[in-house]
Design a protein around this ligand. Structure first.
Ligand SMILES: Cc1ncc(COP(=O)(O)O)c(C=O)c1O
Length: 471
């Protein structure tokens, strides 16, 4: 590469149209219709600072979707950058297959302590204390599912090969995680290659203060479990809120009920906290909200502050002990990735966790969540096309009703929510993303009042596209 090209790339001064053309033709973007994308004017980011992303055309965008829900401290926070730089200068990678390294040990230790802290009011101290590293949220779930199957096999429960999961759940895009998911638009084209799981109802409670009885749903759950109690290896659930199906909050107390049946029928409980974990809904571990300790917890996204990819699966003693034996017994966990526990990821995860306590992030999430909720209700709550706003912590879903007033139309009715998000991006420079007919707000967790107002104003203004005719 010529010096000229190198320096212009570093300065971000390359010609936009050339860059856009290459992006549209060479980079294959996730979940993106590339034919449409090729007709668009892509936003090509050059740098980030705080909650803002700056593109190569020197425009500033507020990252209201937290770069796919993982951002904790805004972009390129100097403390996290420093942690990465210092680690990179010392050791970029050493694989846990053969050796260990300081960062992997330190972060695992800190995480186990942090989990204890979250469960400090539980009757028993949590035994979630064995940390397995992988690369992202999907692999964290994949590992948990393999752990559960291998565990059952190794304790002699060889018929326990099935999973109980929940309607509208999403657990990632690898094959096991897709099998556990149940959002048809994402998985139907792969259906013949997925394994079957049993789907139970996920009782939704939109208003945290209005608790409706879930007794009939609970009875269905028990019947589903009891009918195949010797076949189910584990229950897999997104605690507190289902994210990808449009921010659907779980009925209060229901996780405890699931845990009760798991205990009764000797089934493992896996909580997928890839989205909810690391303070998105308040606590570090979302299932600690109800002091329900899972057997296995999956973490990702915010674990490194959203700086680099990392997944973690934490298991309790009961699960871990079933993997002990001699080499020839082949009881060791049969899973691993080249970059599992990468030192740079561990270093930034350590600094992120330290900052969560230093900066009292959990408290910030609570107070900003209240502000955001209030501001949204005031600005758009009364609009005839806005459904009931769903929120837990700094995870918000705003259903946009179709013209018949239906707020559950999902992907069939994506157009209006999509047009609103496009308006927010173009007119207000606020990056938002729809999930079907639901507009989601998942900002960096250290967001401030000023940016909350920016997001709410952008959404309020974008409602005007609903009065205009679709193109
Ligand atoms: C609950 C949940 N599990 C798993 C995943 C998959 O994570 P990743 O995209 O890092 O593979 C996601 C991603 O949105 C998620 O929300």
């Amino acid at each position: 590469m010529s010096d000229d090209r190198t320096s212009s790339r570093l300065l971000g001064l390359r010609d936009y149209s050339k860059l856009a053309e290459q992006d549209q033709n060479i980079v294959w973007h996730p979940y993106t219709q590339m034919q449409e994308y090729a007709q668009s004017e892509p936003i090509i980011i050059r740098r980030g600072e705080g909650p803002y992303l700056f593109d190569v055309r020197r425009r500033r965008f507020l990252d209201a979707y937290g770069s796919m829900w993982c951002n904790v401290w805004g972009h390129s926070h100097p403390e996290l950058v420093k942690a990465i730089q210092q680690q990179a200068a010392q050791l970029c990678h050493a694989s846990l297959f053969t050796v260990s390294h300081v960062g992997a040990v330190d972060f695992a230790n800190m995480l186990v302590d942090a989990i204890k802290q979250d469960f400090r009011f539980a009757d028993e101290a949590p035994s979630l204390s064995h940390v397995f590293y992988s690369d992202n949220g999907s692999t964290a779930v994949e590992v948990a599912m393999k752990m559960a199957l291998q565990y059952q096999n190794q304790i002699g429960q060889i018929n326990r090969t099935q999973f109980l999961t929940f309607h509208s759940g999403y657990h990632g895009d690898t094959f096991g995680a897709m099998s556990a998911s149940s959002i048809d638009v994402f998985t139907q084209k792969f259906a013949p290659s997925l394994f079957k799981t049993h789907h139970a109802t996920y009782p939704v409670q939109v208003d945290p203060d209005e608790h409706e009885s879930t007794r009939h749903i609970e009875m269905q759950l028990e019947a589903l479990i009891a009918g195949r109690s010797d076949k189910i290896a584990a229950v897999v659930i997104e605690p507190v809120i289902q994210a990808a199906s449009g921010m659907r909050p779980l009925a209060e107390d229901y996780l405890g009920k699931i845990k009760k049946y798991c205990r009764e029928y000797d089934i493992l409980l896996i909580t997928d906290e890839v989205f909810t974990g690391f303070c998105r809904t308040g606590p570090l571990i979302a299932s600690s909200t109800e002091l329900v300790e899972p057997d296995i917890v999956c973490l990702g996204k915010g674990i490194t502050g959203g700086m680099v990819g990392m997944g973690v699966t934490v298991a309790n003693d009961r699960v871990y002990n079933a993997f002990k034996g001699e080499w020839k017994d082949m009881r060791q966990l049969l899973h691993g990735h080249t970059f599992s526990g990468n030192p740079i990821a561990c270093a930034v995860a350590i600094r992120n966790l330290e900052m969560i306590y230093e900066e009292k992030l959990k408290e910030n999430v609570k107070s900003r969540a209240r502000e955001l909720n209030y501001a949204l209700r005031r600005a758009i709550g009364g609009h005839e096309r806005v459904g009931q706003i769903r929120q837990r912590g700094l995870a918000v879903g705003i259903p946009i009703k179709d013209r018949e007033g239906n707020e559950d139309a999902g992907y069939e009715a994506r157009d209006d929510a999509n047009r609103m998000c496009q308006h927010a991006i173009e007119a207000s420079r606020v990056l938002l993303r729809p999930l079907g007919n639901v507009i989601t707000i998942v900002p960096p967790l250290n967001i401030e009042t000023e940016q909350i107002d920016e997001i709410v104003n952008a959404i309020a203004k974008s409602l005007e596209v609903l009065d205009a005719k679709p193109e």
